[in-house]
Design a protein around this ligand. Sequence first.
Ligand SMILES: Nc1nc2c(ncn2[C@@H]2O[C@H](COP(=O)(O)OP(=O)(O)OP(=O)(O)O)[C@@H](O)[C@H]2O)c(=O)[nH]1
Ligand SMILES: [Mg+2]
Length: 357
Amino acid sequence: MVNGQTDNQLDNQLGRQTDEQLDNQLGGQTDGRIDGQIDELIDKAHDGIRRGHRRAIARLITRVENDPPAAEKIISALYVDTGQAHIVGVTGPPGSGKSTLVNELAKALRLRDFYVGIIAVDPSSPFTGGALLGDRIRMQDLSGDSGIFIRSMASRGSLGGLAQMTGNVAKVLDAAGFDIVLIETVGAGQAEVDIAGTAHTTIVIEAPGMGDEIQSIKAGILEIADILVVNKADRPGSSNTVKALKMMIHMGMRSHNGREKPPWNVPVLETIAHEGGGVEALTEALQGHRSYLKESGEWQVRERIRSREEIRGLLQSRFMAQFQNAVSEQQQEAMVEAVAERKMDPYTAVAQLFEQL
Ligand SMILES: Nc1nc2c(ncn2[C@@H]2O[C@H](COP(=O)(O)OP(=O)(O)OP(=O)(O)O)[C@@H](O)[C@H]2O)c(=O)[nH]1
Ligand SMILES: [Mg+2]
């Protein structure tokens, strides 16, 4: 690999076509010819990143993102190979330094000989417009490393749920032999919390300043943190933020009425991401959390929760699809009209619609 170039740049230079160009040519259909092609890609993914099949992995991911029937086939074929990777969610407010930290974390993990996949969800947030370009530049020093694979995903226009899509992309990387998959999302809403649900470990990043903490609590994001990071520790107020977060974790533990969990003390770490400060300690904490999950049995518990959610999600989409097929738009609208005008109650409407299935 040539240093400092993205896969796409390399492809263009080498006169190859990008995934999008190839896929457009093929019309995104799923006829026999393309299924044959998918079989070939799946075979390569089985051999995985250790055999250098980057292109096949990239193309499979494009398929998973853009072509639901192909995605079903791909995930079904690869699923048996998944379950090995440590899936890590990295979330936090816009501009808190997620990408910079993911970048440094990936480098530290590579030094430990791990293969690292990175999924950046919606990196060009409206808050920090042009961030995608910044990410590209920052991640340039990673793209020359054949043990690192970076993929950006836009949340808008993705078919199916974002969490489902992200989970599927992570599965392809898992099956292809990546040891760790880092998923960066802006911590702003339910979608991010859902994505954290697909991760074994969730790292929540904050920056010094009270505003951020209050925002996080509103979004319920502290609840999902396995590791808390106060990045930009070079800025004033960092130790106060650490203190405040530790206090909130403590209170959260006391008021927590949920499932009994084996003890894990959520560490609150300080980092200076753009200088690599504190990244070693974060890497250790990440490894520590993985060991904790494995040794306590919590890994299997989380896998079970995730699998249950996933099956439910797929069932829901399938029921809805079946419903949309069975009941015409006009019939549905007629019911809406009747309920809005108080000619029918919503329960009766649903009962009648259900009978048509
Ligand atoms: N002073 C200081 N600046 C930092 C630190 N870490 C990152 N930055 C800077 O903060 C800015 C935002 O960093 P990003 O890594 O893009 O933040 P992000 O959370 O990924 O941003 P979005 O993806 O847009 O939400 C960049 O200009 C970084 O160089 C740090 O530890 N200290
Ligand atoms: Mg970012």
